[in-house]
Write a protein that binds this ligand. Structure first.
Ligand code: SAM
Ligand code: SF4
Ligand code: F3S
Length: 456
């Protein structure tokens, strides 16, 4: 990790008493949001304040995602519209960071077609940022550093969005090379953070009053594989569970090929670990899974699910699904419907396949038209809606421990929160309860949440 202290001091000397404001916007997964919080941490050290309004910002950083084409198109649309802002305020500095820029053709496109952009940072954003900012302040028109994967600036102080929910990346990168996915190309190979750093960070967060700790990695189950047997993910969970304090531990994502019985037993045995598992299945067809390079079959996946349900038939599972993978047949799609009916997920996150250049799937034959893919997506969502409406009823009459996290957008005087099972709970309550655990008795179920009232 670079020591940027001298650069940060120089920027903060230049900013002096000017009240400069930065606007940082993250577009991707929770790891990307966590990077955005670290970018803010560095900017805060440099002397910037923050604003949600890009029109009043002196520095805008778009922290991008490359996982689907729509995510990239959105960013290009926003960068295009920033031309006007730059004309109105020529001193405005615009930077693009994150996974999009780790693809050299994208960095080139930005340089060629978007002269309003001053800075391009690869996934080395945090370490490269002070130098690039200083270059800009010294009059450079375009500074770029697309050095890849230098994300071990994990110990940078983060400006966290929430005062009670914190994300803690435990590893970076991915070794799995699912054939549709760009992540290994823009994030590099798996690198685990040292267990003592993670434990110290979680202890600090709990001491500062954080109530929910979300451990992040593209496949948390392979945490520690590069640490020479020092610590596995289930062992890490047990160590974190031993930290005293009133908090809940979540984690995401868990690759089904590595979701071991030891992991499942650990979830059941650790009182602070949430009773929920996000287990992305992607497709219900073993043939599609093979072509996706997911390294498990439907049978293997279902044997994991059956083990979980043998321990608790009401356990909460959520998943990711891709519709319209190249050459997905009607039978393959029907198999996906079958698996969601069989497993009864509480939530599915479903995506229409998006071709990512450089991946193996990008060169596969894809005779399925967009209309068919759209129709399959609508059918999938309809079937899931029925499943959740029915399945959420199992919580009626139960008491749930809920971390209240916001006021309800739909009902005046109500709060929303998440239960240990990752279920949204809506209940009458005062906003002073936000950030606290409350016990709620569930009285009703919808297809996206349960409702109830606080006990005691
Ligand atoms: N590492 C996680 C895993 O394997 O479960 C997933 C991380 S990825 C950022 C989140 C989800 O995006 C994936 O589970 C997949 O469903 C979806 N996804 C990834 N690449 C995609 C693509 N090319 N088109 C559509 N969806 C995609
Ligand atoms: Fe992408 Fe597969 Fe890695 Fe998840 S496990 S990030 S889907 S390559
Ligand atoms: Fe995340 Fe998107 Fe990058 S999902 S790892 S921000 S490509």
């Amino acid at each position: 990790m670079n020591d940027n202290t001298a650069l940060i001091d120089e920027i903060s000397r230049r900013i002096g008493s000017e009240n400069l404001l930065a606007h940082v916007r993250s577009f991707g997964c929770q790891l990307n949001v966590s990077d955005g919080e670290k970018i803010k941490g560095v900017l805060k050290q440099c002397g910037y304040g923050f604003t949600d309004d890009e029109a009043e910002a002196d520095l805008i950083i778009l922290n991008t995602c490359a996982v689907r084409e729509s995510a990239e198109d959105r960013v290009f649309g926003i960068v295009g519209s920033m031309k006007k802002l730059k004309e109105q305020k020529p001193s405005l500095i615009i930077g693009i960071a994150g996974c999009m820029t780790a693809q050299s053709h994208i960095a080139e496109k930005i340089k060629k077609s978007y002269p309003q952009v001053d800075i391009v940072l690869g996934t080395s954003a945090i370490n490269a940022l002070p130098q690039l900012l200083l270059d800009c302040m010294n009059g450079a028109r375009f500074s770029a550093d697309i050095t890849e994967y230098d994300d071990f600036s994990a110990e940078v102080e983060q400006v966290r969005e929430s005062s009670f929910k914190a994300s803690v990346p435990i590893m970076f990168g991915c070794n799995n090379f699912c054939t549709y996915c760009i992540v290994p190309y823009v994030r590099g190979r798996e690198r685990s953070r040292a267990p003592e750093d993670i434990i110290a960070e979680v202890e600090g967060l709990v001491r500062s009053g954080y109530k929910e700790i979300m451990l992040l990695g593209q496949n948390v189950n392979s945490y520690g594989n590069d640490l020479g047997g020092e610590m596995s993910f289930p062992q890490l969970l047990r160590r974190l569970n031993d930290i005293s304090g009133d908090f809940i531990i979540r984690f995401m994502s868990s690759h089904p090929k590595d979701a071991s019985r030891e992991l499942i037993d650990t979830i059941f045995e650790c009182d602070k670990v949430a009773k929920h598992l996000h287990l992305p299945v992607q497709s219900g067809s073993s043939d599609v899974l093979r072509r996706m390079n997911r390294s498990y079959t439907v049978e293997k996946y279902l044997s994991t699910v059956d083990y979980i349900y043998s321990r608790d038939p009401d356990f909460s599972l959520t998943t990711d699904l891709i519709v319209g993978f190249p050459n997905e047949t009607n039978e393959d799609f029907e198999a996906t419907l079958d698996i969601i009916k069989r497993v009864k997920y509480d939530i599915i996150y479903s995506f229409i396949y998006s071709k990512r250049s450089g991946t193996k799937a990008a060169v596969m034959d894809d005779p399925i038209d967009d209309e068919t893919k759209g129709r399959r997506m609508r059918t999938l969502l309809e079937v899931q809606r029925e499943i959740s409406t029915e399945h959420y009823k199992r919580f009626i009459g139960r008491r749930m421990r809920v971390l209240a996290d916001d006021v309800s957008k739909k009902k005046e005087g109500y709060l929303t929160g998440k239960s240990s099972e990752f279920i949204i709970v809506e209940f009458p309550g005062d906003r002073s309860l936000i950030g606290q655990f409350v016990d709620v008795e569930v009285t009703g179920a919808m297809n996206w949440a349960v409702t109830g009232s606080i006990i005691g």
